[in-house]
Design a protein around this ligand. Structure first.
Ligand code: HEM
Length: 327
């Protein structure tokens, strides 16, 4: 082979190696999300770029005897562990109406006896809005308002049709009313995590928080009243009667259950009630300077390779840095 064509061959092989996905969407970058949130929701300096509207709360967590018996994880020691919470509405609009048909969030930061932290940040939908960061970003980009300030519904629909993984969360939201109270919703961890049991086996888990007050949504009449701000007050009022509690229900996955796709719910699996999350007070500033990065995990827990879960750390870090510096 002549030297020049060999060089061409090596060069084109290098190009293919560097741009193997040239025909596909470019990998989403963490800052792409920050930028597209600003385009959809506007710039709101000094506050969270996602889940902009929310309320802090405080309380604790006590693991169940079953969890203590099965796992060595310090989080499941059985002693009361202090927790900082934040309830929120999805999206970057700090004035989002409380009757909006969108996920609610519950984030919790556990501070263990040795000072180490464990974070969770959950949604009221059992699945996420896309299977990977690229499709989530594509959906957000399709949702950016047009020149007239309104979202282009046909464009959003076309994206959803072309990307079926973006449909289940929307279908769930259409079929279930927004929560009546932050205390009357189930909250889902959505991603797969791993937890080492006492026999040293790494078990595959997902989990959700089950409200002891029961699940209750807004009625059609209440939604029509368009009361934009009742969730914080309703939580405070409820707490005047005593602690709000959630059971932490862990599901144990089987081999076929997805580890990396948060748009797919597992079928019903064997569960364990790992303990009680308790909320005692709400409405102070205790969570303002917390970054509830869900990859901050205490001993015994580890994250899956779910690309959405992986993307959350850098995106939250950018949002955290910006809001701490008043941007
Ligand atoms: C690629 C996907 C995602 C991106 C880019 C993203 C982005 C963000 C950002 C920028 C924030 C604000 C962070 C801060 O300033 O502290 C946030 C908050 C939040 N996100 Fe996500 N998120 C994603 C996926 C998820 C998923 C899958 C869940 C639930 C399973 C979730 C639940 C939450 C919750 C509950 C909060 C509020 C946390 C708090 O109260 O501080 N997010 N998200």
């Amino acid at each position: 082979m002549p030297a020049v064509s060999l060089r061409k061959l090596v060069l084109s092989a290098a190009v293919v190696a560097v741009f193997p996905l040239a025909a596909q969407a470019a990998p989403a970058q963490p800052n792409d999300f920050i930028e597209v949130f600003a385009k959809i929701f506007g710039e709101h300096k000094g506050i969270r770029k996602g889940h902009a509207k929310g309320v802090c709360a405080t309380g604790d967590f006590t693991a169940s005897a079953e969890a203590t018996a099965r796992f060595d994880a310090a989080l499941f020691s059985g002693s009361a562990i202090p927790v900082s919470y934040r309830f929120s509405l999805a999206g970057g609009n700090p004035a989002a109406p409380d009757y909006a048909s969108s996920p609610r969030g519950l984030a919790a930061q556990f501070t263990l006896a040795d000072g180490s932290k464990h974070n969770i940040a959950t949604l009221t939908t059992p699945v996420f809005g896309a299977k990977d960061p690229e499709n989530f970003l594509g959906l957000l980009q399709a949702s950016v308002p047009s020149a007239d300030g309104k979202p282009d519904i046909a464009k959003i629909q076309a994206f959803r049709t072309a990307h079926p993984d973006t449909q289940p969360q929307a279908q769930w939201l259409a079929a279930n009313p927004p929560p009546w109270s932050y205390a009357t919703a189930e909250y889902f961890g959505i991603h797969t995590f791993y937890l080492v049991d006492k026999g040293g086996e790494k078990v595959k888990i997902r989990w959700h928080l089950q409200p002891k007050d029961g699940v209750k949504g807004l009625s059609a009449k209440e939604i029509a009243q368009q009361n934009a701000d009742f969730l914080d007050g309703r939580l405070k009022q409820r707490l005047a009667d005593g602690a709000v509690e959630f059971d932490w229900i862990i599901s144990f996955g089987e081999a076929a259950d997805s580890e990396n796709d948060p748009s797919v719910q597992w079928p019903a699996r064997p569960t364990l009630n790992a303990g009680t999350l308790r909320i005692n007070t709400s409405g102070d500033g205790s969570c303002v300077n917390i970054n509830f990065d869900p990859n901050v995990l205490s001993g015994g827990f580890s994250a899956s390779d779910d690309p959405v879960l992986r993307m959350r750390s850098p995106a939250y870090a950018i949002s955290f840095g910006k809001r701490l510096s008043g941007q």
